[in-house]
Unconditional design. Structure first.
Length: 272
């Protein structure tokens, strides 16, 4: 309970003061530790990657744990479907030190989490888990779409949601939402007026294999180095296999020696 990382009230206070938050999506302990060392404010970590070791690696970063949605993942072997499922998952990850929980489920499920004093992060704009209904693309470019985003933000705020991922919406709409809602707006492709700037580590470090989003920015291109390391890893494994096949491994220096007298005594003991 007592730690140095920020609480929800600290994140809200930063919004009120106009301080900008940095946020990264990470999937490994190495990425989490690097983010903590760099002073990143917030991390987004899917539940399937989150455990006590990941929490420790994240250091003083505020961690948003992603609760799997329907076919997008599972918790303890099954998809989350009911409010009770989501509640159980949230409390499970909270025990490891999750600070807030991303939930893209229905309003009633989000409200159950909020009613149980769980900090919830919703989603506004381009929502990947709903993509079959909307297609890929920016949301909010028309007056009607922008108004729908505002109504969505108002509903999230009414049921007690703490923040929202604000994904691929026009910067002017993002500014209005950020300035007129108490929700902490975690902007991904939403312009500079969002409360936080949120990117995927794979884009920041240049090793993503998927579509490169317009809002992505590469700060280091680690792809060639990672490819080199993978090639070296494969080469080492091949050499190990060849050594095993030929009998070259293990050599005498890799084995534990036993004095002859002790071995002879062992044989006499078991023969008796």
């Amino acid at each position: 309970m007592y730690h140095n990382r920020p609480h929800v009230e600290d994140i809200r206070a930063m919004k009120k003061r106009g301080e900008k938050l940095s946020m990264l999506y990470v999937t490994t302990r190495e990425e989490a530790a690097a983010a903590a060392a760099a002073g990143i404010h917030m991390l987004s970590i899917e539940g399937r990657f989150f455990d006590a070791a990941m929490r420790e690696a994240a250091g003083d970063c505020f961690v948003q744990v992603g609760l799997p949605y329907g076919g997008w993942g599972s918790f303890q072997g099954r998809p989350l479907a009911t409010a009770e499922d989501y509640l159980r998952a949230a409390f499970h990850y909270a025990a490891f030190g999750g600070d807030a929980f991303y939930c893209a489920a229905s309003y009633d499920i989000q409200k159950v989490l909020c009613d149980n004093h769980i900090p919830v992060v919703g989603h506004i704009g381009l929502i990947p888990s709903y993509i079959t209904w909307t297609g890929w693309g920016a949301v909010g470019k028309t007056a009607d779409e922008a108004a729908a985003l505002w109504r969505h933000a108002q509903m999230l705020e009414r049921i007690g949601v703490f923040g929202a991922e604000l994904e691929v919406v026009p910067d002017r709409v993002a500014q209005y939402l950020s300035e007129n809602s108490a929700l902490v707006m975690l902007g991904m492709g939403a312009g500079r007026h969002a409360d936080a700037q949120y990117l995927f580590t794979e884009d920041v470090c240049g090793y993503g294999q998927n579509h490169k989003p317009r809002h992505g920015k590469v700060y280091r291109n680690l792809a060639p180095e990672l490819a080199r390391l993978q090639a070296e890893r494969v080469a080492a494994f091949k050499e190990f296999k060849a050594d095993v096949d030929s009998g070259g491994y293990p050599a005498a220096k890799h084995t534990v020696a036993m004095p002859e007298g002790e071995y002879d005594a062992f044989l006499r003991a078991i023969e008796a």
